[in-house]
Write a protein that binds this ligand. Structure first.
Ligand code: 5GP
Ligand code: SF4
Ligand code: MG
Length: 445
C-alpha cells in the first residue's frame, strides 16, 4: 500500500491525488482521500486506480488544507470497497481518518478482544483496530489516545492520522515500511516514497524515524516524539522490487541499489553469454548492473505491454500462454540463436520465469541463463507485502536445481544473502525474513 498526508497546503486533496498517482505501483485495488477544512472531514474512496476513483468533481468536494490518501494492495482484509482506505470514524472527540501501510501481527487477537467487549467492526482490515482503540481510550487528548493505542498494536505500520485540526504521522519501532516527510510552501507532506515529493514539487526533509510520532498542528513547527525505542528492521524487499527506482527509500536511491545487486550477481554467478536481457520492468536496473560488471552487452530482448491491467477473462487451457504473452513479448530478431542471461528480481511461484524461458526458447534463443537479483523467497511476509503462502512459494519446496528444471532454464542462480548485504553496504538494519526466515515479530493467530 501507499500513504500520503498533507498539512497546511491549500487544495490539499488535489496534491494528495497527484501524490497518490505517483505511488500507484504500491497498490492498484482501491484508492481514497480524506480532507479537512478544520471543521469537518470529507472523504471519497473506491475500487480501482487513482484515476478511476477520482475526477474533477469529486476532488473539488474534498475541501480544506489538510488531507490524507491511500492506495490499496490487499494484504489484510478482503478485496472489497469496504476495505478501501482512509478509514473514517466519528467518535467522542470528533472525527478521524486513518491511512495505513503495513500489517499488524496481533490484529486477530486484538480484534477478538474488542469484539468480546462489544465493538462492532465495519471492515476486515487490521487498521480498524486502531480506530476502536483510540475511541475506547479514556485519555482526554487525541495525542495521548494515539500513543495508548500504539502500545497495544504490534507489527508493521507507517500510519497517517487526520483529525479536523491536526495530522499525526507514525512509524513502527522496526521501521518496516518507509515514510518520509517534506516541505511544500508553508506546509508539510508525508509520503511512502519520495517520488511523490518530486511530482508535487515538495522538498524532502527527512525520514520519519522508526518508533517516532510526528504531530502537525497549525501555527507550530512539527513536534517529534520518540514513542518507542527504535529496533530497525527496514524491509529490504522495498529495494528489490516494491519501491520505484526514482525513490530514495530509507535514505538510499532504489535504482542505484538495484544496479549494485546486479553487479554482485554478476560477480557471484558469471556465465558466458551474448547478451544480458531484463524481464521488464522489475529486472531492468539489476540487468544494467549485471551487464556493466560482466561486460556482456545489455539488450531489451523482451518488450512489455504497459496497458495490461487486471485480466478479467481467464484464458482457457488452450490459450493459457496468452496471459504472460499479453504482458511480455520477446524481440525475435534480437534473441534468435543467442545465449541469453535473463535477469529478474524474484521468482515467487515460478509461473513467470517458466513462461518466459519457454517463449524465449520457442523464439529461438540458444541458451537461457536465468539470474535472480535476490535470494530465493522461502517464506511469506507478515509485514505488508502480499507474498503467497509458504506452500505456494516454489523455493520453499524446491531446491535451486529443481526450480531450474521446472522453469526449463539452462542454468539458474540467485544472489546470495551475503551478496544482497554487500549491495546495501553491509548495513545490518534490514528485515530479510522472507529470505532468511528470521522474523523480527511473530505472527499471532
Ligand atoms: P512468479 O511468476 O514467480 O509467481 O512471480 C515472479 C514475478 O512477480 C517477478 O517478475 C516479480 O517481479 C514479481 N513480483 C515479485 N514480488 C511481487 C509482489 O509482491 N507483488 C507482485 N504483484 N509481483 C511481484
Ligand atoms: Fe520485507 Fe521480506 Fe521482511 Fe516482508 S519479510 S518486511 S517483504 S524483507
Ligand atoms: Mg516482474
Amino acid at each position: 500500500c501507499s500513504v500520503i498526508g498533507l498539512f497546511n497546503v491549500p487544495e490539499a486533496a488535489k496534491y494528495a491525488y497527484f501524490g497518490l498517482f505517483s505511488l500507484q505501483h504500491r497498490g492498484q485495488e482501491a484508492a481514497g482521500i480524506a480532507s479537512s477544512d478544520g471543521e469537518k472531514i470529507y472523504i471519497t474512496k473506491g475500487r480501482g486506480l487513482v484515476t478511476q476513483v477520482f475526477d474533477e468533481t469529486k476532488l473539488t468536494k474534498l475541501i480544506g488544507s489538510s488531507a490524507v490518501g491511500h492506495t490499496r494492495y490487499s494484504t489484510a482484509g478482503e478485496d472489497s470497497v469496504l476495505d478501501a482506505q482512509p478509514i473514517f470514524a466519528r467518535y467522542d472527540l470528533g472525527q478521524i481518518a486513518v491511512v495505513h501501510n503495513g500489517n499488524l501481527t496481533n490484529a486477530k487477537q486484538v480484534r477478538r478482544e474488542l469484539i468480546k467487549e462489544g465493538a462492532i467492526f465495519q471492515t476486515f482490515m487490521d487498521t480498524e483496530n486502531l480506530i476502536h482503540l483510540i475511541a475506547r481510550s479514556h485519555k482526554e487528548h487525541l495525542y495521548d489516545r494515539i500513543i495508548e493505542a500504539l502500545q497495544q498494536i504490534e507489527g508493521a505500520y507507517s500510519l497517517i492520522l487526520l483529525s479536523r485540526k491536526k495530522m499525526f504521522a507514525v512509524r513502527d519501532p522496526y521501521g518496516f515500511r518507509p515514510l518520509s516527510m517534506a516541505k511544500l510552501g508553508d506546509g508539510w507532506v508525508v509520503a511512502s516514497e519520495t517520488c511523490a515529493f518530486d511530482l508535487i514539487g515538495a522538498e524532502y526533509v527527512r525520514d520519519i524515524r522508526p518508533g517516532e510520532l510526528v504531530v502537525f498542528e497549525e501555527g507550530k513547527e512539527p513536534r517529534s516524539i520518540q514513542v518507542f525505542e527504535p529496533t530497525p528492521h527496514k524491509c529490504i524487499f522495498e529495494y528489490i522490487y516494491f519501491a520505484r527506482p526514482d525513490s530514495n527509500i530509507f535514505g538510499k536511491n532504489v535504482y542505484k541499489l538495484r544496479k549494485a545487486m546486479g553487479r554482485e550477481l554478476a560477480k557471484e554467478y558469471p556465465v558466458e553469454a551474448d547478451m544480458v536481457v531484463p524481464v521488464p520492468d522489475s529486472g531492468v536496473a539489476s540487468a544494467i548492473g549485471y551487464s556493466e560488471e560482466s561486460g556482456i552487452p545489455f539488450e531489451l530482448g523482451i518488450i512489455r505491454n504497459h496497458y495490461v491491467g487486471r485480466t478479467f477473462i481467464e484464458p482457457t487451457q488452450a490459450i493459457r500462454d496468452l496471459k504472460v504473452k499479453m504482458k511480455l513479448n520477446p524481440i525475435k530478431n534480437v534473441i534468435k540463436g543467442k545465449r541469453l542471461v535473463v535477469i529478474d528480481d524474484s521468482i515467487v511461484r515460478g509461473t513467470t520465469s517458466k513462461k518466459i524461458v519457454n517463449i524465449l526458447k520457442d523464439f529461438g534463443a540458444k541458451e537461457v541463463h536465468m539470474r535472480i537479483s535476490a535470494p530465493p523467497t522461502t517464506g511469506p511476509c507478515y509485514y505488508g507485502v502480499d507474498t503467497p503462502t509458504k506452500e505456494e512459494l516454489i523455493s520453499s519446496r524446491y531446491s535451486v536445481e529443481e526450480t531450474r528444471k521446472y522453469i526449463g532454464a539452462d542454468t539458474l542462480a540467485y544472489l546470495s544473502i551475503d551478496g544482497l548485504l554487500r549491495s546495501v553496504g553491509n548495513d545490518l538494519s534490514y528485515c530479510m525474513a522472507c529470505f532468511d526466515g528470521n522474523y523480527p515479530v511473530p505472527l499471532k493467530e
